[in-house]
Design a protein around this ligand. Sequence first.
Ligand code: GLY
Length: 399
Amino acid sequence: MIRNKFKRCSTLWILLLGLNCATIVQGKNLVSRNLNFAQKQIGLQIQHMNGEIKNPCTLTTDGKVKYIAPKDWRSGFFPGTLWYLYELTGDEKWKELAERHTGAIESIKDYKDSHDVGFMIYCSFGNGYRLTSRPEYKDVIIQTARTLCTRFRPGAGIIQSWNVSKSLKAKGWICPVIIDNMMNLELLFEASRLSGDETFRRVALSHIENTLKNHFRPDGSCYHVVDYDPETGQVRHKMTRQGYADESTWSRGHAWAIYGFTMAYRYTHDRRYLDRAVQTFEYMRHHPNMAKDGIPYWDMDVPDIGREPRDASSAAIIASALYEMADYVLPEQAEDYLKYARKLLKSLSTSAYRARLGDNGCFLLKHSVSSKPGNSEIDVPLNYADYYFLEALVREKKH
Ligand code: GLY
């Protein structure tokens, strides 16, 4: 009897070990297969530039690759994609390319007209500094932090997102802050750490506290835009610009919130920030309109949702965030989050979302949406979907 019990136990152990190995092999395959493809696809994208330094972003309506100028908020993602290829392969070829494409947007360090200098410089120079320790990259990060702080409105304690153009003035907005802005704070935290200047960190913390207070609904979902009185900090309006409706769930905004508050926890260990990221993720995953494959529709509350485009960029951002969240939560929850992140990466790796070699303007992923209400870049590749997809693969490799 004892021998039988032992036999059953050892069979169970062998089975469990086998299952565990299968998960590990699948995880490795997930990275190696996608990396193999990404190297070839991005290699072709580079070939199409014929030796010039260009910055591919998406496809135009007639199917041509759209290249962007350094001042476009998305200019850091392609250099960042090259840094991730270098990190994943160790191949000097990618490092040289990453350096050239990163150098091409250095002027952004003094660009005061956009809150997105955090995205632009941290995805490019930030990754470059993390991987090479080049002192001149550090200087660019710190200078950009100074530039970003010129948009801080001390009366309200927030960094202003958009400048108020005529069309925004017509809506009555005076100091709009978008949830996306959480992503720009990584640059401030790093600049503070690198320079010892606490001002950058204080600005980031003030912005986070106000976002925590004003951007979220009781169910964990969030508004896209909050308009402030810059002198008093009074909230004037809560609304959307890229979502379906003011009270709806704009998917990428939620992805930025999940990622942004997880990153904020990394630098502060303030439990409220992690709880916010967790609650917003749980809200998204349990949303009644969440698709079975986990790739969100561009907005989760849009009517007749089955006919609406998905947003692969949201899925890639959430997948990457989940790998980091898994490091901070309890082991059982961590397993669950890693499983969900892998599910997203597996969905994105299927032919439904991942391009064929040489197609899709040589971007990696298909089916993202920039702004449906703005009738701009709908159901197209977007360079930030590719960037966060590769970042998630880097994180998968480390888990
Ligand atoms: N930050 C702009 C966007 O997510 O479309």
